[in-house]
Ligand binder design. Structure first.
Ligand SMILES: [Zn+2]
Length: 545
């Protein structure tokens, strides 16, 4: 009886739960326990760097030690800590006081990223534009005269103004906008522009109306600008089964989720912040990982070592998996392949739809996996790149497989709860993963093949692409290139991994989001220039989309 037939029998017996074997019942019960705990309100949505993340990684470590895994984190623990640099932030001890009234940060005012850290007191009036005074600049005129100028760049105009008023001896520059044209100005966390020598603050319309309506009236101003790095720590959980093999199979699943949606990656539109429990995303994958770490102890799986990693920082941009692949605790060249499970808890009971990504990353997958499956309706995606942690391993030329039971209406919402998990479906996915590991057990190290890479979509629709893979973990200003797609414009132009792209045509950008917006401004056939930093050099290339 072929293993496939044996597997189909196992899986179909799943349909009728009453025939479940004891070991399967135990796995099901454990899945309920793990997901029930990880998706509990107590963990507050397991946002990276929070107390909820801590409760989660302590729980997973505890489970890893019950599976008798060898700790492969820092200092003999299961925990691998890593820093997430999210650019800069205006620290809460910044203040702006006008005539003894304290204004509120963001609502009434905010410093621009050009501002130095400084605290000063002085008298000021809008009308007085003299040396040793604070200067006020209304954007109205500049915005109106450039209303129909597609090449107008406000940040350029601001830099010019700063230089101008500084040279005229201004002690501060307050920028405001009395026109009806929106200026879209905000504190740019990722911008690292040249710092000015005087404080640069933006005042809202309401602030001007309330405190500076009379342009000749002198007001007392006290201000402190304190801009600092926005950092937090993430924690991967890493455990190992050493079978003294030359090859190691990596099995991963991220455990972090969205918290109350503070990182702007939630699809919830309600006004009251709510806990995003993340039962399917990705308590389900984490629970499967824990159970697989027990099931791979069986003697027949001894031809490979097994490395189990529960990543944090995935929801912020694959931070944990990227960090692990750059700081591996087990020699990464022994990696055989990587299996990633992200959202495996909501198998549709009627279609049994299962997506398997990375199908093209090793010829073995073509030989081993087939769409014709009695239980699952399998959809293969050949690319090694996708919206989850396997991407970081694919980038290290490691064959990957990515398991996903599909998006649903609770995705990235507070309603992604444990009572909606299809536990039998998840057990079937676990068995499918075990079957693949079983089938490759005597096949030695798999061959790696590169796959076509699809551009991940952001805001704005794209008529063109450069063919780069952005580095989402880059905290500097611009877009750092993590890789270039074969034969695409970037490669043909000579753009390389490590370059930091800062401008396309007239559009300067500070991060992936603003890059995507700039890209959406171009169409096929457009000739323009791309500007980038390579080390200390700034280079410019002519390109035609
Ligand atoms: Zn996820």
């Amino acid at each position: 009886m072929t293993r496939l037939l044996w597997l189909l029998l196992c899986i179909s017996s799943l349909v009728s739960a009453q025939k479940l074997k004891k070991p399967d019942k135990l796995v099901l019960a454990n899945l309920r326990t793990h997901i029930g705990y990880l998706a509990d309100d107590k963990l507050e949505g397991r946002r990276t760097g929070t107390a909820g993340e801590r409760l989660a990684y302590e729980y997973i470590s505890e489970q890893f030690s019950r599976s008798a895994l060898t700790p492969k984190g820092d200092n003999g623990t299961f925990i691998q800590e890593f820093e997430i640099n999210e650019g800069r932030q205006v620290n809460p001890d910044s203040y702006l006081v006008i005539n003894d009234k304290t204004l509120s940060l963001e609502k009434d005012y905010f410093p621009l990223a050009y501002s130095p850290n400084i605290s000063i007191e002085f008298k000021a009036a809008i009308a007085i534009l003299e040396k040793d005074n604070a200067w006020f600049w209304d954007l109205k005129e500049k915005l109106e005269e450039n209303r129909n100028n597609p090449h107008f760049d406000l940040s350029d105009a601001i830099r010019t103004k700063i230089a101008d008023v500084t040279s005229k001896g201004a002690t501060a520059l307050f920028i405001y906008n009395s026109s009806s044209i929106a200026d879209e100005l905000k504190f740019e966390p990722k911008a690292k522009p040249e710092t000015a020598v005087i404080p640069i603050l933006y005042l809202s319309k309401e602030t001007i109306d309330k405190y500076l309506k009379n342009v000749t009236e002198t007001v007392d101003i006290k201000l402190k600008v304190d801009i600092g790095d926005k950092k937090r720590m993430g924690h991967n959980v890493v455990g190992f089964i050493n079978n003294n093999s030359g090859n190691t199979i990596i099995i991963g699943a991220h455990y972090d989720h969205l918290g109350y949606g503070e990182d702007h990656n939630s699809l919830y539109t309600g006004s009251i912040p709510q806990i995003h429990n993340g039962a399917d995303d990705n308590a389900s994958g984490t629970a499967a990982l824990i159970e697989i770490s027990k099931l791979l102890r069986k003697p027949r799986f001894r031809n490979n070592n097994y490395l189990f990693i529960s990543f944090s920082g995935e929801e912020l941009g694959l931070f944990g998996s990227k960090y692990y692949t750059e700081h591996p605790s087990v020699n990464i060249s022994t990696s055989n392949y990587m299996i990633n499970m992200d959202m495996v808890g909501r198998l549709n009971d009627s279609t049994h739809g299962l997506t398997i990504g990375g199908y093209g990353t090793s010829p073995m997958w073509g030989r081993l996996l087939s769409e014709k499956d009695d239980y699952f309706k399998i959809k293969f995606d050949s690319s090694g790149i996708g919206p989850s942690d396997h991407t970081s391993f694919y980038r290290k030329n490691i064959p990957v497989l990515f398991f996903f039971t599909g998006v649903h209406s609770d995705y990235h919402k507070p309603t992604d709860d444990a009572d909606k998990i299809n536990y039998n479906g998840e057990l079937a996915v676990i068995k499918y993963v075990l079957h693949i590991i079983d089938e490759t057990n005597d096949k030695g190290k798999l061959v790696f093949t590169k796959t076509r890479e699809t551009q991940s979509s952001g805001k704005g629709s794209f008529k063109v692409s450069l063919g780069i893979m952005p580095d989402y973990t880059f905290s500097g200003s611009g877009v750092r290139v993590d890789g270039v797609s074969d034969g695409k414009l970037a490669q043909r132009t000579g753009i390389m991994a490590g370059d930091v792209i800062i401008q396309l045509g007239d559009h300067r950008f500070t991060d992936v989001q603003t890059y995507m917006e700039a890209l959406s401004k171009f169409k096929k056939g457009d000739a323009t220039k791309v500007r980038l930093k390579r080390g200390n050099q700034e280079l410019e290339f002519d390109i035609i989309f």
